[in-house]
Design a protein around this ligand. Structure first.
Ligand code: ADP
Ligand code: TPW
Ligand code: MG
Length: 571
């Protein structure tokens, strides 16, 4: 390692220029899987004081980097080997881009001369061409003196404007290239103001406030862009000054506590249907909001105001009558200033109707959350996790699955911003362990990962990673024996149905295999005890929560999106 440079104090190489460039820009954590040509890069990074977390699969390292970007507003970095490692990381890069999370996938690659003539190099692949459609920008660095520029461009591209994934291609030969130390130093760039404020046009603010003032039944929808922007105090002031009911999207839960008197979460159907003016703050009108039209939005005509940093998002699905383009902090500041001029709260008939619906629905749900059924149903199990999160508001909640996701999202109240991390815009199964690991590493907080048994399976091997780094993560596997339910039967033959797993599986034993703590919880009481023990010990823990295999529904709450066949299923 590093032998060729010994005795040449005034020389540096590609490995060290990459490290110096990252450090110069404040990047100190990397998520990776080692191998040719980046094994030594990881080792040198560690030597130079960076934190390098090695995973068991690049996709999980990539999901870790993606969520690190969301949590910190700086690009999360994933480092992979060429071709297969690169491809494994690519799903996460696409996920980051789709969710507007800043991330850089750095991949080693084969030599251009051989790749371009397709002569069959070790792990040959034209990686940059493949990455391009899945990220905001892709760059390749061929010469050591361009490493500084390459990394600067990648950082700026990932965080400026709408954040997203960036691909950085480093062919193997680059790492061994040599430069004089002082010239190397001069070639590095510290990116100044990588994500500058984007101030909204004053007339866009006036126009939007005019529309809001005329509203009889206004609604504000907060999306994960608002959580990312870290403008928490401004969001609070906007909501409370305006008096308008608000709906947080999944990862925007907790910007304000879900128990806030203006939260309309428990009256979602009502506010979508009945509202007349809807202001979107860092939330897209995509499938998660039924594209802003159709049954979910009811018969009442709507006027939309939309705050987003990406101008092309405006009118993407329906007409936006009040477009506000800018960063959320600047936009909210201007809006609040403008509203200060004689703002009138929305009609009480509206806010009271919303509040009554919220209170009714919460009261209806309450008894179900206290049930102590064995086997557990989703409500019984989530009822106890809900209390635990209430008592431990600093906990980061990671959540994936179908029923496990949909029920947890509506049942577990969040109290602090950026504490709920989940499957994002695509509904990706497999983000769980990578997300949990990055959450623990980046925030220093304890993590509770609430996982469907199928969802957990996509990244389950990373519990070894959790044990290896001794991270304070408690994984709860909602084990209903399958995807959606554990009761499906193949009516045509011997082979098991497509959606079921081994019955009575014991996921807790996997954790024990790596030295972590395992629990098998059959009742809400046992589940509560096990989680509390895990939180007290801060030890890596996996709780196998035995859920009634018949309790779930097909595709959780989005069964309506399944295409239908005209041919009947066999009974
Ligand atoms: P959700 O899934 O929670 O509804 P989306 O991912 O659909 O949220 O939307 C997030 C939006 O936030 C994206 O359109 C993105 O461009 C926007 N965004 C991200 N960061 C900022 C920011 N700092 N200022 C303004 N808009 C932002
Ligand atoms: C990468 C399709 C959506 S939800 C799900 C799958 C496979 C698993 C649901 O079962 P789980 O939860 O986790 O046990 P529960 O409580 O309902 O039983 N591949 C990817 N992403 C998605 N979304 C799928 C497949 C899917
Ligand atoms: Mg399941």
């Amino acid at each position: 390692m590093g032998e060729k440079n010994e005795g040449s104090d005034n020389l540096t190489d590609g490995f060290h220029l990459v490290i110096d460039a990252l450090k110069l820009n404040g990047i100190r954590t990397v998520y990776n899987v080692p191998g040719i040509p980046i094994t030594d890069l990881g080792r040198f990074m560690q030597q130079e004081g960076m934190r390098v977390l090695s995973f068991r699969h690049e996709q999980n390292a990539g999901y870790a980097a993606a969520i690190a970007g969301f949590l910190t507003q700086a690009p999360g970095v994933c480092l992979t080997v060429s071709a297969p490692g690169f491809l494994n990381g690519l799903t996460a890069l696409a996920h980051a881009t789709t969710n507007c999370f800043p991330m850089i996938l750095i991949s080693g690659s084969s030599e251009r001369e051989i790749v371009d003539l397709q002569q069959g190099d070790y792990e040959e692949m034209d990686q940059m061409a493949i990455a391009k459609p899945l990220c905001k920008s892709a760059y390749r660095v061929l010469n050591a003196e361009d490493i500084g520029i390459g990394i600067a461009r990648a950082i700026r591209a990932s965080v400026s404007g709408r954040p997203g994934g960036v691909y950085l291609d480093f062919p193997a030969k680059l790492f061994g290239q040599i430069m004089k130390v002082d010239e190397g130093e001069k070639s590095l760039i510290k990116v100044i103001d990588p994500a500058p404020c984007q101030i909204p046009a004053p007339n866009s603010i006036e126009r939007a406030v005019g529309v809001l003032r005329g509203a009889k039944r206004p609604l504000i929808i907060l999306g994960k862009g608002a959580a990312y922007a870290q403008a928490d105090e401004l969001v609070r002031v906007l909501i409370e000054k305006s008096g308008i009911p608000y709906l947080p999207m999944s990862m925007a839960k907790g910007i304000l506590p879900d128990t806030h008197p203006q939260s309309a979460s428990a009256a979602r159907s009502l506010v979508l249907k009945e509202s007349d003016v809807v202001m979107l703050v860092g939330a897209r009108l995509n499938w998660l909001l039924s594209h802003g039209k159709g049954k979910a939005w009811g018969e009442n005509p709507k006027k939309f105001i939309h705050i987003d940093i990406e101008p092309r998002e405006m009118d993407s699905n329906v007409e936006i009558i009040g477009p506000i383009v800018g960063d959320i902090g600047s936009c909210l500041k201007s809006l609040i200033d403008n509203m200060n001029q004689s703002w009138k709260a929305p009609p009480e008939i509206w806010t009271r109707a919303v509040k009554e619906k919220v209170e009714n629905n919460i009261a209806l749900m309450a008894p179900r959350l206290k049930n102590n059924n064995v086997p557990m149903d989703y409500h019984g199990a989530l009822g106890v996790l809900r209390l635990i999160v209430k008592e431990n508001p600093e906990l980061v909640l990671v959540n994936e699955g179908a029923n496990t996701l949909d029920f947890a999202r509506s049942i577990i109240d969040m109290y602090k911003p950026r504490k709920r991390l989940d499957v994002g815009t695509w509904g990706v199964m497999g983000v769980g362990m990578g997300t949990a690991i990055a959450a623990a590493v980046e925030t220093g907080c304890q993590v509770l990962a609430v996982e469907g048994d199928s969802a957990f399976g996509f990244s389950g091997m990373e519990i070894e990673t959790i044990c290896r780094y001794n991270l304070p993560i408690c994984v709860v596997v909602f084990n209903n024996g399958g995807i959606y339910r554990g009761t499906d039967q193949n009516r045509a033959g011997e082979e098991v149905a497509t959606t079921v797993f081994v019955k009575d599986a014991r996921y807790d034993k996997m954790m024990e295999a790596f030295g972590g703590k395992g629990f098998n919880a059959k009742s809400p009481d046992e589940l509560s005890q096990a989680v509390n023990e895990a939180l007290e010990s801060r030890q890596p823990t996996l709780i196998n929560a035995v859920i009634d295999p018949g309790a779930g529904t097909e595709s959780g709450r989005i069964g309506n999106l399944n295409p239908q066949s005209i041919v009947k299923k066999k009974q």
